[in-house]
Ligand binder design. Structure first.
Ligand code: PA5
Length: 477
């Protein structure tokens, strides 16, 4: 569907538009093309060797079949779907829901093609308590999907243990079994053990696929399909983008160009990467991107083991809201940012602005215009203002927002991340720095035995954390 292809527009990062000091000259682009072209071949080879299994998720017909069967079986008895997960086990689910279902999905039955969706990716007690008060008399029509590859993530484990007790107390073992779907590793991990023991229905986090690359697997597809999202189109979009991001010609490969531009600016001092959608529906895709970018590219060491401490800092902004909050800084603050706008050409719903009242003829310029025209003109206006201040701007253009274009976007950014990892010469698939904090929270919550990461007992580890984090009165004002 060529007319529904998303496009990357990159002229506004070039020296021709923002000058030699800040823009990419033809010569620099040629150098980047040479470097990145080699990596296109390398990535295509690594994929063939099975090193990047996320690349093949859009082709897994068995997954789609299984998800569709499960959805058909559960839909009639599910008015509320509750996802428990965090990081890569939640952000994709939230992003798909916000992008592809109406804003009032949870509140208006007539706008809802499936159950209400609640994704808990935090452990805020008042938030969860308020939800449980609401859902308490609706458990019969509620399904819980607990998602955790390891099963050891404290946040998801704690949420699950709360729900586990609630369901057992109210509905007994059989009730629990009928209402919980566990998405986890196929063979190992704590959640796998629990699921086997309780004989829960299971979905899989595929082998070798990290959380932030898993949205096109069972992890993201189940809640999407349950809530009426067209997962066939989503995966078709990803497959069609795959055809474009394997292109060996750098200038025809949007992931390679996107990564090269991001790499260039980060390496030359513009280390902040602002993504700014001009469409509310796309705002949570930016949260998904932030995790993908931050966990994949923020690394201490390169592949040769040298200390590099690099990585662009992804920042979320929303057009037009953040024009009135951030753009002053973006234009006049340090020129240390690359901007990526997400622009939508055709909205599936639009509104006409009403006539100006007689007392305010100065608003006449807005009267009878489409609201989408104002939104897209505000994007142009902001981009123009940034370009006047010599700030580099990329735009990803969505002809429309639908499952097909969102599937393309997800795949584009996943592969862009792989290219960026290769350009920075780091491993984009691990997240070693997250582990210390995870283990520290285990220690503080009273875990016993030995912590392999710190090579001390959890008790000793807790003391060490305590002495460093206790509030010292001398410094408390
Ligand atoms: O991208 C990742 O790998 C992480 O964000 C994980 O998804 C997150 O830490 C949750 O881990 P788990 O699925 O094991 O609970």
């Amino acid at each position: 569907m060529p007319e529904l292809q998303i496009k990357l527009y990159y002229k506004n990062v070039t020296a021709e538009i923002i000058g030699n000091e800040h823009g990419i000259t033809d010569a620099r682009l040629k150098t980047l093309a040479k470097k990145t072209s080699l990596l296109i071949l390398q990535l295509n080879k690594e994929r063939k060797a099975g090193k990047t299994p996320y690349r093949d998720l859009p082709y897994n017909e068995k997954t789609v079949q299984k998800i569709k069967e499960l959805t058909a079986e559960l839909k009639d008895r599910c008015e509320n779907l509750v996802v428990l997960g965090i990081g890569g086990s939640a952000l994709g689910n939230i992003a798909l829901q916000t992008a592809l279902n109406p804003y009032m999905h949870n509140l208006d039955d007539s706008q809802r093609p499936g159950p209400r969706l609640f994704v808990f990716d935090n452990i805020d007690p008042p938030q969860l308590a308020s939800f449980l008060d609401w859902v308490g008399d609706k458990l019969d029509k509620t399904i819980f999907n607990v998602i955790s590859k390891s099963g050891q993530t404290s946040e998801t484990a704690a949420q699950f243990l709360i729900i586990h007790k609630l369901l057992l107390d109210r509905l007994g073992c059989e009730g629990l079994r009928n209402r919980v779907i566990a998405t986890t590793d196929q063979k190992e991990g704590t959640l796998r053990k629990i699921a086997d023991d309780l004989k829960l229905r299971c979905l899989e986090v595929p082998d070798g696929v990290g959380g932030r690359f898993s949205v096109l697997s069972d992890v993201g597809l189940f809640s999407a399909a349950m809530c009426g999202i067209d997962i066939d189109s989503l995966l078709e979009g990803a497959r069609d983008m795959d055809k474009r991001v394997i292109a060996e010609d750098f200038y025809q490969n949007p992931a390679a160009i996107n990564a090269a531009i991001n790499y260039y600016f980060c390496s030359t001092g513009k280390r902040i990467s602002v993504m700014m959608p001009y469409n509310y529906a796309l705002k949570d895709l930016v949260d998904w991107y932030r995790q993908l970018w931050a966990e994949s590219l923020g690394k201490a060491n390169n592949l040769k083991g040298s200390k590099v401490n690099l990585g662009p800092t992804p920042v979320k902004a929303l057009g037009t809201t953040d024009q009135h909050s951030q753009v002053q800084l973006y234009r006049e603050g340090p020129n240390d940012k690359l901007f990526t706008f997400l622009q939508v050409n055709n909205f599936d719903k639009d509104l006409k602005i009403g006539p100006a009242p007689d007392c305010a003829p100065e608003l006449g310029f807005l009267a009878s215009k489409d609201l989408s025209l104002l939104l897209n003109n505000e994007k142009k206006a902001t981009e123009y203002a940034l370009l006047q201040s010599k700030r580099p701007c990329l735009t990803v253009i969505f002809p429309q927002v639908n499952a097909y274009t969102v599937g393309q976007f997800i795949y584009l950014y996943e592969v862009t991340t792989s290219f960026a990892g290769a350009l920075f010469d780091i491993n984009p698939y691990d997240q070693p720095a997250v582990e210390l904090g995870k283990q520290a929270s285990f220690a503080l919550m009273g875990k016993t035995s030995r912590c392999e990461l710190t090579n001390m007992t959890y008790e000793k580890f807790a003391q060490q954390i305590g002495s460093l984090t206790k509030v010292d009165g001398d410094f408390l004002l």
